[in-house]
Design a protein around this ligand. Sequence first.
Ligand SMILES: Cc1cc2nc3c(=O)[nH]c(=O)nc-3n(C[C@H](O)[C@H](O)[C@H](O)COP(=O)(O)O)c2cc1C
Length: 313
Amino acid sequence: MEGVIDAVTRDLLTARGGIDWAVTEFVRVVDTRLPPRVFHKHCPELLSSQVTTPHGTPVHLQLLGSDPDALAANARQALKLGATGIDLNFGCPAKTVNRHDGGASLLRDPSRVQSAVEAVARAVEGVVPVTAKLRLGFADRRLARACAQAAEAGGAQQLVVHARTRNEGYRPPAHWEWIANVRHCVSIPVIANGDIWTLGDYWRARSLSGCDDVMIGRGVLADPDLPARIRHWQRTGECLPATSWNVRATILTHYAALQRTTLPERVVVSLLKQWLNHMRARDEQACSRFAALRRETQLDSFLEGLEKAYLAA
Ligand SMILES: Cc1cc2nc3c(=O)[nH]c(=O)nc-3n(C[C@H](O)[C@H](O)[C@H](O)COP(=O)(O)O)c2cc1C
């Protein structure tokens, strides 16, 4: 997730279990082949021999763009740098991205989805899988099936479908039942995405979409143990207890310790606020800590504030 889940966060989250693979923040492709440093910045895991997080979860590189030639050139570059999977972003709803013809804007024309995927699939020559991230459409869902079929025809080996149109942004509800429509018209695996915050959401998304697997974005920030909770239920049929504030505060403290080694303290404070903000939807302690600490600018005071709640929990 752009601006939210970097390599440090990926490692912290995947270390908690239940995550089969992760995807980088998107690398924005315009009309040139980007230098290696851009790929390494988005995906430092390229420097590890297997392209995994330090705890061993595979990481795929995501490209966002619309020019098939530029996407192909950057896919080749990524391959040369060791990428083990290329994901193409056709889901980003950001106005600036869409104005420059990227992300979800391609969903208005399935042939453009196909051309982009085809160019990348041809560039990587089957050496690594090419996958795609789609929404249900731009303004409406009329082209949802056509876009999925176009991605498959272009050579995508798997789709993640965020169950909203671009114009629906992040507004609930996610239309998981629509993922079933998409799933029925392609033969590649489809993974359901959107608004999976709890184990109950996972059950509902799974039964409405018919997908075995889900992709979780904000839900894993809100509850870092959600993937492990889902995996545990899949394996045992048992529900693990809710994630305590104690666990959340420990994760945030560890995150700060890692980030402060490379980032200025004020940046770390704002990253912590961002994560705490994601947590507060699912945890009362996070909610009260966020209210108490939202104006705090000093990193150590912020961490002490977390600790106070931690002791009170
Ligand atoms: C701040 C933010 C940044 C995101 N960046 C990306 C991104 O770089 N690539 C991507 O495929 N999706 C990105 N997404 C979309 C999420 O991956 C996901 O599809 C969406 O949030 C819905 O799933 P969720 O309800 O599980 O979060 C982003 C979402 C948010 C809120």
